[in-house]
Design a protein around this ligand. Structure first.
Ligand code: UD1
Ligand code: CA
Length: 425
């Protein structure tokens, strides 16, 4: 793990066995998506991002669907019966036994924690030599959550669940347990065996580990999360929408800080891992999918849909109602309006006229359209791929291009206009 030069081993354990009944879905809650990534995929990406040495997912309900998404990237532990968060961790014991280091506990349905927050949790745990470090939050309305019990000195004593809390605790404690922790592996294993389901819900509570450790004089601590939206979870479709919105605002803010102008953050959807150069302007109703790169000083939108595998250079215009898929556009080119380009390369200094379409699909496979530098494509042109248009060419408006166009030529591929007498009435 790469945290502050500490060579501590870190395992991440993802709780992914729950039911998610409130989604009202035939699909596992964990395979529902925020943008193009499943919730549980996001959590695994997060675990990878913080440098986990190993990742274990505890699966159960609809496990085939979860495993279909994660494949063999993680280890699996199986929880047949949902007997509580402590019970879920017990199922992962075979992976924890014999290991020295830290284990971070994450939930498969809490997908938008910032990696920095977890890295900070782990480094604090290592530096302060804590056997359990909790990620907590201060909530104005803490109803439903486990409450953090501290002594007069502010030391963590334990966690009491909502259903087990007394009225005073329910009323006065605003600090809640996010359910995310960093534990010392060996002490967690020792404590987990002592958990008993003697509580209001008859469950094995993972939270009991905190009190058990404290009773044995093992140091515990907490990090209070600064941005409460990071620990939001998904239980129903409204929360799914809320988290999508939170993530959208977070990503849009990031790009604005990097020098991108976004006219309307509410209708701009920039997926994960997009790069946009300085002074590029994004007009409203624009969707830019994962992995797309856009250079500096571009103008994108309104109503642009830039799909997967697009690379756009600098000083490029992708205007109103343009859809791009698997497209490279070099510097100083313009695709101003009403165009679909798929599986296409456009060179420098081109103008692609309104209504241009690449006919890239023949019903079986996709083919490429390659357009060189300084080409002028008139309005309403169809390129029937595969087709190659060389540099400095001109394609006349309304052409359906089925053959390559050599350098410097003009191509016209349409019926010649004829004039006829109008029929008399
Ligand atoms: C738990 C914490 C509570 C905390 C809250 C934050 C315990 C006892 N309580 O509450 O202090 O405030 O999270 O959301 O840990 N899961 C399994 N197997 C199980 C039970 C749960 O995989 O047997 C998974 C769920 O799918 C979910 C996560 O663990 O992703 C948390 O379970 P949930 O029932 O939502 O947590 P609570 O017990 O309500
Ligand atoms: Ca819950």
């Amino acid at each position: 793990m790469k945290i502050d030069d500490e060579n501590e081993y870190v395992m991440t354990l993802i709780m992914a066995a729950g039911k998610g009944t409130r989604m009202n879905s035939n699909k596992s809650k964990l395979v529902h998506k925020i943008y193009d990534k499943e919730l549980v995929r996001r959590v695994v990406d997060l675990a990878e991002n913080i440098g986990s040495d190993e990742i274990v997912a505890v699966v159960g309900h609809l496990k085939d669907q979860v495993q279909a998404v994660l494949g063999d990237e993680v280890h699996y532990a199986y929880q047949e019966e949902l007997l509580g968060t402590g019970h879920a961790v017990m199922q992962a014991k075979p992976f924890l036994e014999g290991k020295k280091g830290k284990v971070v506990i994450l939930y498969g349905d809490v997908p938008i924690i910032r990696p920095e927050t977890l890295k900070n949790l782990i480094s604090k745990s290592i530096k302060n030599k804590e056997y359990a470090t909790l990620l907590t939050a201060i909530y104005e309305n803490p109803t439903g959550y486990g409450r953090i019990i501290r002594d007069e000195g502010g030391n963590i004593k334990g966690i009491v669940e909502e259903k087990d809390a007394d009225p005073l605790q329910k009323k006065h404690i605003k600090e809640i347990n996010s359910g995310i922790y960093c534990f010392d592996i060996e002490e967690l294993l020792r404590a987990i065996d002592k958990i008993k389901p003697d509580n209001a819900q008859g469950e094995y509570y993972l939270t009991d580990v905190i009190k058990i450790m404290n009773d044995e004089g093992l140091k515990t601590g907490a990090v209070i999360v600064e941005d409460n939206t990071e620990i939001l979870g998904v239980n129903d479709r409204s929360q799914l929408e809320l988290l999508t919105r939170v993530l959208r605002m977070r990503i849009n803010s990031y790009h604005m800080k990097q020098g991108v102008t976004i006219e309307d953050v509410n209708t701009t959807y920039i997926y994960d891992d997009v790069q946009i150069g300085m002074d590029t302007v994004i007009h409203p109703n624009t969707i830019i999918k994962s992995g797309v790169t856009i250079g500096e000083n571009c103008e994108i939108g309104p109503n642009a849909y830039i799909r997967e595998n697009c690379e756009i250079g600098s000083h490029v215009k992708v205007g109103n109602c343009v859809e791009l898929k698997k497209v490279k556009i070099a510097d100083n080119s313009k695709v101003p309006h009403l165009t679909y380009l798929g599986d296409c390369e456009v060179g420098m200094g081109c103008n692609i006229g309104c209504g241009t379409i690449t006919c890239n699909y023949d019903g079986t496979s996709k083919h490429k359209t390659i357009i060189g530098d300084n080409c002028f494509v008139g309005s309403n042109v169809n390129f029937v791929a595969p087709v190659k248009i060389e540099d400095n060419t001109l394609i006349a408006a309304g052409s359906t291009i089925t053959e390559d166009v050599p350098e410097g030529k003009m191509a016209i591929a349409r019926e010649r206009q004829v004039l006829k007498e109008k029929k008399k009435k």
